[in-house]
Design a protein around this ligand. Structure first.
Ligand SMILES: NC(=O)c1ccc[n+]([C@@H]2O[C@H](COP(=O)([O-])OP(=O)(O)OC[C@H]3O[C@@H](n4cnc5c(N)ncnc54)[C@H](OP(=O)(O)O)[C@@H]3O)[C@@H](O)[C@H]2O)c1
Length: 243
C-alpha cells in the first residue's frame, strides 16, 4: 500500500483485530510513521443512547496509542456520533495536549445526517467520515457542501456500497470513455467518481485482498472525471437494475 502511494489507514477499536494487527504489521516492516493513522473512539454499545464513561473513552484511546505506536495519532473520530459531548470532550483535550493531530466524527446512516450536520456546526472538528458512492449520493446533497463551507476534511466510506456496486455491473465491461481516464476496472471507476467530488479529502475502500488494494490504489493515477463526465457516470449506473 505504502509503496504504491497509499497513505491513510482507517481503522477502529471495534473492528475486531484490525487496529491491533495493522499496528503490529506496520511496526514490523518499519512503516508506522509513513502511515496517516485514522482511528476512532466509542465505548458505548451499538445503538445505545447512554452516556459514555469518559475514563473508559480515555482508556480506549490509550489502547490505540499502544496498538498503533505513533504519537501524535493523526486522526481520532467519535464513531457513529456516539455521545459526542463526552467523547468529543475527551479527544479535544488530547488534541490540545498535542497527542492527536486531528479530531472528527463519523456516520454512515442517512437518518443521522441531521445530527452529523449539527455536530459539524457545533464542534470544532477537522474531519468527518461519511458514506458516499455513485449509487448512494445523498451525502453529496446534504453533507459534503457543508463540509466544504466549514473547511472540514472528508473521509469517504463505503465507496463500493460494500458488494452492491460490483453486483450491479457484473458481466459488464467498463466503457471505453471511462478507460480513457484510467478507470480500466469497475473499482477504479467507482473510486474516481467519489474522489472527484471537491469536498473529498480521501477515499477509504476496504479489502481483504492485496490484489484488490492495488486495483483500488490505481484509482489515484490517471485523470479524475470533470462534472460532465461525472454526470455520464451517474447516468450509466442509474440505468442499471438495483442490486
Ligand atoms: N461508521 C463508520 O465509521 C464506518 C461505517 C462503515 C465503514 N466505515 C469505513 O469505510 C471503510 C469501507 O467500508 P466497507 O468495507 O463497509 O465498504 P466498501 O469499501 O464499499 O466495500 C468493501 C467490499 O468491496 C470489496 N472490494 C474491495 N476492493 C475491491 C476490488 N478492487 N474489486 C472487487 N471487490 C472489491 C471487498 O471485498 P474483498 O475483501 O474481497 O476485496 C469488500 O467486500 C471501512 O473499512 C471503514 O474504515 C466506517
Amino acid at each position: 500500500m505504502v509503496g504504491n502511494g497509499g497513505t491513510v489507514l482507517d481503522t477502529a477499536p471495534s473492528y475486531g483485530a484490525s487496529e491491533h494487527v495493522s499496528g503490529r504489521i506496520a511496526r514490523q516492516i518499519g512503516m508506522t510513521n509513513r502511515i496517516v493513522w485514522a482511528t476512532k473512539v466509542n465505548v458505548l454499545r451499538r445503538g445505545s443512547n447512554d452516556r459514555a464513561d469518559a475514563s473508559a473513552a480515555r482508556a480506549q484511546v490509550e489502547q490505540s496509542f499502544e496498538r498503533i505506536g505513533k504519537e501524535p495519532i493523526d486522526l481520532i473520530q467519535v464513531h457513529n456520533l456516539a455521545d459526542l459531548p463526552t467523547q468529543m470532550g475527551v479527544i479535544s483535550e488530547l488534541k490540545k495536549d498535542g497527542r492527536i493531530r486531528y479530531i472528527g466524527t463519523t456516520s454512515t446512516k442517512h437518518r443521522r445526517y441531521p445530527d452529523l450536520a449539527k455536530a459539524m456546526r457545533d464542534f470544532p472538528i477537522d474531519f468527518i467520515g461519511v458514506d458516499y458512492a455513485i449509487d448512494n449520493r445523498l451525502a453529496a446533497d446534504r453533507i459534503l457542501p457543508l463540509a466544504k463551507e466549514l473547511g472540514i476534511a472528508v473521509l469517504v466510506y463505503i465507496p463500493f456500497g460494500r458488494s452492491r456496486l460490483f453486483s450491479r455491473v457484473r458481466g459488464m465491461d467498463v466503457p471505453a470513455w471511462a478507460q480513457e481516464m484510467g478507470a480500466d476496472t469497475w473499482a477504479k471507476f467507482f473510486i474516481k467518481y467519489v474522489a472527484a467530488n471537491p469536498a473529498t479529502t480521501c477515499v477509504t475502500p476496504s479489502t481483504s485482498k492485496a490484489k484488490h488494494m492495488l486495483d483500488n490504489i490505481g484509482a489515484a493515477y490517471g485523470e479524475l472525471p470533470d462534472v460532465k463526465v461525472r454526470r455520464k457516470m451517474e447516468q450509466l449506473i442509474d440505468s442499471l437494475p438495483s442490486a
